[in-house]
Structures are given as C-alpha cells and as structure tokens.
Design a protein around this ligand. Structure first.
Ligand SMILES: Cc1ncc(COP(=O)(O)O)c(C=O)c1O
Length: 385
C-alpha cells in the first residue's frame, strides 16, 4: 500500500500531472536561451520567440483539422477562450442552446448575459449519466438560436457528446465546443464535425503548462475581442487591428507556456493520441470494474463499456465525499477531488447536488498498480477499517 511518500495523482481532469519530460525540458531551454518577447523587435531573440509561437499555432491548427493557422488564437485558458466567444458572438435577444453538463466557465457568462442582454437560454435534457440525445437538438432550435454550446467530454461523469451528430443537426446556429476534457485524447476535427468555435485548454490532455489555452474560429466568423492593446503589428494605428489572430492577442504573450504546449502536442504526436486514449480507457475500465465490487459505492456516469472519458464520479453510502477525499489523501497518499467540480449543473443533472461527488480521473502516466491501490483504499474505507 502506498503512503504519502509515494503519492498517487488521480486528479488529471483538473490538470494533467506529471508533464512529459519533453515539456519540462523545452520550457527550461526556452527560458534559459532566449528572451521571450515575440513580434515586437527584429533582433534574433524576438524572431526566435515569434517562431516558437508560429510553430505552436501550426501544430494546433493541424491537430484540430483547421486549414488556416491564423484562425488559432492563444488565451490563458479555456475559460478566457469561451468568454471571448460567448461575449463576442451573442447579441441582445439571441437564444443559446446548451446542456445540463456545462462548466461554470460557460454557465456564468451565459447567466450574466441572460440578466444583462436578455439572452434566452434553452437547456437540453440530460440522462442520469450525463448523456444528451442529438435528436433533441432540432426540436429546440428556433430562428433566434445563435449558438449551441456543448461540453465534449464531461469533467464530472465522463459522458461523451457525439459532436458529429450534433454538428449535423445544428441548422443555422453556430456550434461552440468546450474541449477542455477531450483535446489530446478524443478525435476533434473542426471541418468533419462542423465546429465553428473550438475552445481548448493547454494544461490537461494537451500536456502543456497552466496559463495556456485558446480557440479556433472558423473562417468567416468574427467576434469583437475582449481585450485591446499592443499586438506588435499595425503599431501606427490607435484602433485595434482586424488582422487574425492579432486582434485577439493584445499584450506580450505567454511564449514560455506556448512553447511548452507545443512540446506537449509533439509528445502526443510521437506517442499517438489513440495510444493515450486506449491506456486511459483501460485504466478507467479497471477502476469501474473494481468500484462495482465495493460495498456502498455508487458510480454516477456511463458504464465501462462504450466510449467515455476518464472522469469517474462516485459516492459512498454513509460517508461524505469531502471525508473520502480527505481520507484518501491523508491515509493513503491518493489525490482526488471532491465536490461540485465547478459544474453544479452537471451535479443537478445526475442528482448529486449539493454535496457533489468524489472524482477520480486517471491520466496517461497512471499505472494499473495505482488503480489497484485506490480500489484497495476505498475498500478499506468502506469496510470501516
Ligand atoms: C469541461 C471544462 N470546461 C472548462 C474548464 C475550465 O478550464 P480552465 O480552468 O483551464 O479554464 C474545465 C476545467 O476543469 C472543464 O473541465
């Protein structure tokens, strides 16, 4: 049994850990070898920094099937990316169709606009495991539906939304996808899935550092930026440039983080996204099979068979989830996350609100032995020993 001197990290849905050595080495090299201010000067360091960002943009565009890398915009995380899209694309009186599985990074801006711009919110029904039925979409669309916002893979239950089916049913609305939990693990193709706005975070399945993320905006769509300022381009103008992606990227960018994110993408490319997904699926299945044998444990999410993300939420009869997380950490050195996971809507959908659930989220660097250790620990807690 591991103790806190050999901790087990099972909170990859919050952020992936550890990062691949390539990411650490790249960031170490960049901060040691070049000044990181790109696009501002013509000296060699600035040009080298511009190249780091350009190459990362190309990798992201290629990774998500976007033909033009200038449509890739870097932000500090997916929350900022979603905010740009939500505040920029919606007009007073618009209707938005979304689901009962959305993170607060979607729900809070939407609730704000509901109050301040008379936005009309339509929430798709969700099953007890967090699944939505794409066939419900056409019935809920109206001429005023501007945006459909979908969480691709739930950070609470692991339920996967069928984006291709949703894209085929979006009518005249734009499709915005929150790919926080899926990018790097699940297939995401902007064109084939008819995605108009794809928002990603860099520090989860893409193995980049915190402080990275962004969005891809389909050709032909523009939204006003959330921030304005120096871009290093069109400096003679006091108006914000319209040029993509500069119009959204005011201020010195996070070159170090973006370089680390590019190294994360290279790691995925050399390892194989499918290899990563298969390993995570294998560990998740092992976890779910083991949990089904433990007295008093209820898993709130899709079964082990079929496609699902690695977030596994559970409750245990007679124990608060906060207690469970505390015991796992202090007695067994196992890091998990209890509560509402910034997603109260999902916990309402799966009836675990307001207590929430204990979430275990295996990642690529976890092992079978670690899953066995968490199962043994939960079994011991359930037996009261
Ligand atoms: C589905 C989902 N959306 C949005 C976010 C917000 O991510 P970030 O904090 O990187 O902006 C998360 C992070 O937990 C998430 O799981």
């Amino acid at each position: 049994m591991p103790d806190s001197s050999s901790p087990i990290y099972l909170d990859n849905a919050a952020t992936s850990f550890p990062k691949p050595p390539e990411v650490v080495e790249t960031m170490h090299r960049l901060i040691r070898e070049i000044s990181l201010s790109p696009g501002r000067s013509a000296h060699r360091f600035s040009l080298a920094a511009s190249r780091v960002i350009f190459e990362a943009r190309e990798l992201i565009a290629d990774f998500f099937g976007c033909p033009d890398s200038s449509r890739v915009v870097f932000t500090s995380n997916v929350t900022e990316a979603l905010n740009v899209g939500i505040f920029g694309l919606l007009e007073p009186g618009d209707q938005v169709l979304t689901t009962g599985m959305e993170h607060n990074s979607v729900m809070r801006p939407l609730r704000h606009l509901e109050k301040t711009r008379g936005l009309r919110l339509e929430i798709l029904p969700t099953s007890s495991t967090g699944a939505i039925d794409p066939d419900d979409i056409p019935k809920r669309l109206s001429g005023k539906t501007r945006l459909i916002i979908i969480n691709h893979v739930s950070n609470v239950t692991g339920a996967v939304a069928d984006l291709a089916a949703i894209g085929a049913r979006k009518g005249g609305a734009l499709l915005m996808v929150d790919a926080a939990q899926s990018a790097g693990v699940f297939p995401l193709e902007m064109g084939a899935m008819r995605i108009d706005f794809l928002a990603f975070t860099g520090h989860k399945g893409l193995f980049g550092p915190t402080g990275t993320g962004g969005f891809l905006l389909r050709e032909g769509i523009m939204a006003p930026p959330l921030k304005m300022g120096g871009t290093g381009s069109n400096s003679e103008q006091e108006e914000q440039p319209q040029l993509m992606p500069d119009c959204y990227e005011s201020g010195t960018p996070n070159t170090l983080g973006i370089g680390g994110l590019a190294a994360g993408l290279e790691f995925i490319r050399t390892t194989g996204r499918e290899t990563i997904r298969r390993h995570e699926e294998h560990l998740t299945r092992l976890l779910l099979d083991g949990l089904s044998q433990i007295q008093g444990v209820t898993v709130h999410g899709p079964p082990a068979s079929g496609s699902r993300g690695s977030a596994v939420s559970l409750t245990m009869a007679g124990r608060s989830v906060a207690d469970l997380a505390f015991l796992l950490d202090r007695r067994f050195g196992i890091m998990a996350r209890a509560g509402l996971h910034c997603t109260p809507a999902a916990h309402r959908s799966i009836t675990t609100f307001p207590q929430g659930a204990l979430r275990l989220s295996p990642g690529f660097f976890n092992t079978e032995a670690e899953i066995q250790a968490v199962l043994a620990a939960l079994d011991q807690i359930s037996a009261g020993s």
